[in-house]
Ligand binder design. Structure first.
Ligand code: OSB
Ligand code: MG
Length: 369
């Protein structure tokens, strides 16, 4: 494989409904799309999944743009590599910036699968074409608003409901949800809103039989999480601190949690996701695919990677219409009434990229060749 050019486009897409986590509220996404092209004119698409500000991780839209433009794309363009998986190695010298790397790497996987005429999910080694879906519901302005949202999603068939929590939106809210919706598969995601000083509060959540508690403590911590996990019954799921296969191995060794939310962007792309999936599968740690409010392109990549054997729990991969009035892929991602998505049979990501929609939403472009 030899990439001739890498084209970046920033698109701005307003969300159908704001999304609030313990670190802030988002109304509009600023997304970088990556289009790679080889000498034959074949193309592949990827998405940089960082946020608009460094609230979730240290990467954000403007930092990723300049990092790809000045550092990462020049490392990849015109280099001969064996396959898409080896693209990670081309960028290895640069530390961190995994979401930026993932945008390029996943685009190369799409290109490679398209050239071979195979669906990306199969090319990645997927084994179950149909994946189970959950939803992530942000902090709302009122408990009633949250109940309305949960009602809609349970009615749509989603298998698992995740609600964002914080010290001001936790015990009473979860209690109200349990009261109204009984024993649905329910979990909370704190995005690092607590510390070990909150251990009594976190232990009190045990009574709600949550499927898991995602990332209660520090965004870079796996040590305190081990202390917390020893003190509470609810399984801890790690998100933010697991950035590499080594991080996963260490967290498993330390018993920092029992489940991992695996995000392509956070770990640097499909190759790294595959390695972490394997590490976790061999250790008996379930993984599921997390989301970063992706447009259709990132979403399509999430669907593909979710078909791997170790992805055994419903992910945060849901229908396009929950996020966008009109997605940038065709068809939009739809979820069955059983709360599942079936990965498409077409080559590569298996969705058409809508250049017209990208053009409409585009605010800047840069081509590196
Ligand atoms: O912590 O999983 C998270 C969105 C942005 C940043 C972090 C997270 C999330 C989500 C949304 O939970 C998942 C989605 O619906 O894409
Ligand atoms: Mg999370």
């Amino acid at each position: 494989m030899k990439i001739r050019s890498i084209e970046l486009t920033e698109i701005n897409l307003p969300l159908v409904h704001f999304f609030e986590t313990s670190f802030g509220r988002t109304h509009e996404r600023r997304i970088i799309l990556v289009r790679v092209e080889d000498a034959d004119g074949a193309e592949g698409w990827g998405e940089v999944t960082c946020g608009e500000s460094p609230g979730y991780s240290d990467e954000w839209t403007d930092s990723a743009w300049v990092t790809i433009e000045k550092i990462l794309a020049p490392m990849v363009v015109s280099k001969d590599v064996e396959n898409a998986s080896a693209v990670w190695d081309l960028m290895r010298w640069a530390r961190g910036h995994r979401m930026a790397k993932s945008g390029i790497e996943t685009a190369c996987w799409d290109l490679e699968a398209k050239k071979r005429g195979v669906p990306l999910w199969r090319h990645l080694g997927g084994v179950h074409q149909t994946i189970e879906c959950g939803v992530s519901i942000g902090i709302q302005d009122s408990v009633e608003q949250l109940m309305d949202k949960i009602r809609v999603e349970v009615g749509a068939g989603y298998k698992r409901i995740k609600i964002k929590i914080s010290p001001r939106w936790d015990f009473d809210v979860i209690k109200a949800v349990r009261k109204e919706f009984g024993d649905i598969l329910l979990m909370g995601d704190a995005n690092s809103a607590y510390t070990l000083a909150d251990i009594d509060k976190l232990r009190s959540l045990d009574e709600f039989n949550l499927m898991m508690l995602e990332q209660p403590l520090g965004y870079d911590d796996i040590v305190d999480h081990a202390k917390l996990q020893a003190e509470i019954k609810t399984p801890i799921c790690l998100d933010e601190p697991i950035k590499s296969p080594d991080d996963a191995r260490k967290a498993i060794e330390l018993k920092s949690g029992k489940i991992i939310n695996l995000k392509n962007g956070r770990v640097g792309g499909h190759t790294q996701s595959k390695l972490i999936e394997q590490t976790c599968r061999e250790a008996g740690i379930p993984v599921w695919c997390g989301g970063m409010l992706e447009s259709g392109i990132g979403r399509a990549h999430n669907i593909a990677i979710s078909t791997l054997a170790g992805y055994t729990m419903p992910g945060d991969v849901s229908a396009s219409k929950r996020y966008w009035h009109e997605d940038i892929i065709e068809p939009a991602v739809e979820v069955s009434s059983e709360g599942t998505i079936t990965a498409p049979d077409g080559a590569g990501i298996g969705f058409e990229v809508r250049r017209d929609r990208i053009e409409q939403a585009s605010v800047r472009r840069s081509k590196i060749n």
